[in-house]
Design a protein around this ligand. Structure first.
Ligand SMILES: Cc1ncc(COP(=O)(O)O)c(C=O)c1O
Length: 473
């Protein structure tokens, strides 16, 4: 006998079951272990969270309905006799990859993507479409036949435009010839920077909460991420004294991400100055991810390499994804001393060759004409920022006032729930998606991240729904 079950299967329906509810518990499919075609449908043996539970899901084609076969029913993988033997596929993956934790953001995004009528405060990307002239420039480049690889460094005209842009905004000058590389987003730039810098066992100090990729990028390059905690009481500023305590002979670099994802903190000049002194004293490299540099409210952004003596020991990472609403174009850059950038280019040329040509042309246009659009989006984010910051505090969820990026980071500890449970219940009961703070490092435990790259009226609705949710607990 099979049991009917409500299963969400995403766009490739019914090829990939993603989540389902069984006995009032939602299970997320972490892994499809086997897939079988049968005369009446398709069967899937899946491993799910929570609890590495096993289920046999079956899609009956005639009925267009999902069923659960009773064979496993949530049994834990490790305790099932089959899984000691042949059924368990051999794990060919490296120890490094096996040790990487799946992103907590992905998990919630995957569930939310399979549900209707969700208000998502979960996603870290602009809700705006790329400004039209930038799109047009990309299209034009294709029509002009710019369909080839570019230099490994990226198109010279784009590197020149980035150099001029950084000079104008922050009075730092980079030589477009060999101090700038165009990358596939800041994501690739992070990967290149750590792969180029680290030997196995080298340590990188990372103030947390931080962007989910930081620890993983360091670990993938063979390094050891050393987390230091920033707190709401300290306005999520990185504390130089705490950083200094974490420095060992193995420390190679400090990774700074300000304006910060997920807290919205903007690092102040005095703090950065003290970190610069530490870098000098202990001969460290700073990797400074400034992807949100233009999304700053009532504050000035300090570009780390503009601090005295820092340009020669900083790899600056910058991008187009957030400032110009260009996440899908996958374009960003790294700047730094020529001998460091040479290392990044060496890896990039073998792994990626060159960033997408169409996106490089679009990025040139973004730097040429993008300013009014950046300002328009920034001021709309600012309006939403005020709404959501006030709204969360009014709901008795103490929330630090963010001055950058597009996130607020409410403390949810006085609800009595942990951040995972809070996020999951809020999603299931009120259909509002937020991200548990623990996804951003242990320092985020007890917080949730809410993105205000979401329309103003939807934020208003989300606040109402969070209000009703809180009343029920
Ligand atoms: C702090 C931070 N750095 C880097 C990235 C990745 O950006 P990109 O789209 O340029 O790869 C993100 C994306 O969320 C981010 O929040």
């Amino acid at each position: 006998m099979t049991e009917k079950v409500t299963c969400y299967a995403g766009s490739a329906y019914p090829e990939s079951p993603r989540s389902f509810v069984w006995k009032d518990q939602r299970y997320v499919v972490d892994r499809i272990i086997t897939r079988r075609r049968e005369p009446h449908g398709v069967g899937f043996l899946v491993q799910c969270s929570p609890g590495h539970a096993l289920f046999d899901l079956f899609y009956l084609t005639e009925e267009e309905k999902w069923h659960i076969k009773p064979e496993y029913h949530g049994m834990k993988t490790a305790t099932h006799p089959h899984f000691q033997g042949d059924l368990m596929p051999k794990n060919y993956l490296s120890k490094t990859v096996n040790a990487l934790k799946p992103s907590g953001i992905r998990k919630f995004f995957d569930i939310a993507a399979t549900m209707d009528d969700i208000i998502s405060l979960g996603i870290g990307e602009p809700d705006f479409t790329t400004p039209q002239p930038i799109i047009d420039a990309g299209i034009r480049s294709l029509q002009d036949g710019e369909t080839h690889y570019t230099s490994n460094f990226g198109i010279l005209e784009l590197r020149q435009a980035i150099a001029a842009h950084l000079e104008k905004l922050y009075q730092v000058s980079y030589n477009p010839a060999d101090e700038i590389i165009i990358t596939v987003g800041v994501s690739e730039a992070l990967y290149l920077a750590f792969s180029a810098l680290l030997d196995p066992g080298d340590e990188v100090i990372i103030p947390t909460p931080c962007f989910v990729s930081y620890q993983a990028e360091v670990a993938l390059a063979g390094g050891i991420p050393v987390e230091i905690v920033t707190t709401m009481e300290d306005h999520f500023q990185p504390n130089p004294a705490v950083i200094e305590k974490a420095i060992t002979p193995k420390t190679k670099a400090i990774l700074l991400g300000y304006p910060n994802n997920p807290t919205g903190a903007v690092a102040n000049r005095e703090t950065l100055q003290k970190i610069a002194e530490l870098a000098e004293k202990h001969d460290l490299i700073i990797v400074s991810d400034e992807i949100y540099d233009r999304l700053v409210y009532d504050h000035a952004h300090v570009c780390f390499p503009s601090l005295p003596g820092m340009q020669e020991r900083t790899i600056l990472l910058g991008g187009f994804s957030k400032n110009y609403a260009m996440t899908g174009w996958r374009i960003g850059y790294a700047t730094g001393p020529a001998d460091l950038i040479k290392g990044l280019v060496r890896i990039h040329q073998y792994s990626v060759m060159s960033a997408p040509t169409i996106s490089q042309y679009a990025a040139i246009e973004a730097l040429k004409i993008g300013e009014p659009y950046v300002e328009q989006m920034r001021s709309e984010y600012d309006r939403r920022r005020k709404l959501i910051h006030q709204g969360m505090n009014d709901l008795d969820l103490p929330t630090f006032e963010p001055h950058g990026a597009f996130y607020v980071f409410p403390n949810i500890q006085n609800t009595g729930m942990d951040d995972e449970t809070f996020s999951e219940k809020l999603l299931m009961e009120e259909k509002v998606a937020v991200v548990p703070g623990s996804s951003f490092g242990d320092a985020g435990i007890g917080f949730v991240r809410c993105s205000y790259a979401t329309q103003y009226d939807l934020i208003e609705k989300a606040l109402e729904k969070i209000g009703s949710f809180l009343k029920k607990i």
